[in-house]
Design a binder for this molecule. Structure first.
Ligand code: ADP
Ligand code: MG
Length: 363
């Protein structure tokens, strides 16, 4: 159990690759914090600096209010779980889990007790005599978790621990790790490039891009109130729709003009746009698939919040149906009721829930 403070962290690799830029973050005791972002944004580097496996170029790391910059990895009381499991192939599951404790010269019966407890929690009791090659991917991952858990670390660091598993197992392990976090009541810092994992597992999410923190918030707020276009596009599936729009005022009302059509902006949002200085400017209008609709009566009720397009493709996902509609050369994805059946190539109307739109600077 521990809180963790990262202060103005920088990592500059040889050849002047700045992998992490001025990263400051407070991770609370018992929190499940997820670092998420595309490949190469500095997630692994950040984790390795916390673990002490990577030297810090500048900045400070505190674990439980103790500056650990010069503290060796094994004295940081941290356990790291890697993507490739890093199990010893010649050792049994039991010995893999016990390895760290044996190194610490812990008495044999105590080791046994701890390994058995961990094996029980992770449902590995029947597998203790097996070698890694006799295990499935999910079982190997549980052994890797077991090896981290048995040391009772103050902080767990996990670097894409599920990325080698197939989709179904990944979903299952996601839940298992979240449960484990609940049971252990320990601080977790979890790294992934997968926004679904971040959204479902994290109590807080840190979105990174190019070594910089973009946004820190709980999953719902990241989803509802992304601070910029990058976060908006990265979080959520299907991806948020983006359309170029010109903000104009006509007869005292504010409209977003997309191609040659107008969308009426609510008074409150219109004022917000004015305050931001967007009037008369080109912006990026963002809207999620679930905030677009294709239904007749809703369309009739909000005639000033509609754009026309052509249906390109319908995707059935079982629980949901998505229409891909081309509006002004841009394809947008619309979540529709499954009974709404339209032939590909037909003209369709797309309704906008204008209270759910986002506006971003056009770069
Ligand atoms: P992520 O885990 O988010 O994919 P990394 O932390 O692995 O990102 O890498 C961040 C950046 O640092 C990338 O541009 C990567 O190429 C670079 N990088 C990572 N490790 C090294 C290294 N040992 N030497 C030089 N550059 C590195
Ligand atoms: Mg990585």
């Amino acid at each position: 159990m521990a809180n963790l403070i990262l202060k103005n962290l920088y990592k500059i690799y040889p050849d002047n690759v700045t992998a992490v830029k001025d990263l400051s973050l407070e991770i609370k005791d018992k929190e499940f914090l997820v670092l998420v972002g595309p490949s190469g944004c500095g997630k692994t580097t950040t984790l390795r600096m916390i673990a002490g496996l990577e030297e810090i170029s500048s900045g400070e790391i505190y674990i439980e209010d103790r500056l650990v910059n010069d503290v060796a990895p094994k004295e940081r009381d941290i356990a790291m779980v890697f993507q490739n499991y890093a199990l010893y192939p010649h050792l049994t599951v039991y010995d893999n889990i016990a390895f760290g404790l044996k190194l610490r010269k812990i008495p044999k019966d105590e080791i046994k007790k701890n390994v058995q407890e961990v094996a029980r929690i992770l449902a590995l009791e029947d597998l203790l005599d097996r070698k890694p090659k006799e295990l499935s991917g999910g079982q190997k991952q549980r052994v890797a978790l077991g090896r981290a858990m048995v040391r009772k670390p103050k902080v767990f660091l996990m670097d894409e621990p599920l990325s080698n598993l197939d989709a179904q197992l990944r979903t299952q392990m996601r839940i298992e790790i979240a449960k484990l976090h609940k049971n252990l009541e320990t601080t977790f810092v979890y790294v992934t490039h997968d926004q679904t994992e971040a959204m479902t597992m994290g109590t807080r999410i840190v979105v990174m891009k190019d070594g910089l923190i973009q946004q820190i918030d709980n999953p719902q707020r990241i989803y509802d109130r992304p601070v910029n276009r990058f976060v908006a596009g990265f979080i959520g599936s299907p991806k948020m729709n983006f359309l170029e729009a010109l903000i104009i005022e006509q007869n005292g009302r504010i409209f977003a003009k997309v191609a040659d059509s107008l969308l009426l902006v609510s008074i409150a949002r219109g004022q917000e746009l004015k305050d931001k200085g967007y009037l008369g400017k080109e912006v990026i209008l963002g809207i999620r698939a679930e905030h677009l609709y294709g239904k007749g009566d809703l369309l009739a009720r909000h005639p000033e919040c509609i754009l026309s397009g052509r249906l390109e493709f319908t995707e059935l996902r079982g629980s949901e149906t998505y229409q891909y509609v081309k509006i002004a050369e841009i394809e947008v994805v619309v979540r529709v009721d499954s009974e709404l059946q339209v032939e590909t190539g037909q003209k369709v109307k797309v309704g906008f829930n204008m209270s759910k739109i986002h506006f971003f600077d056009k770069e």
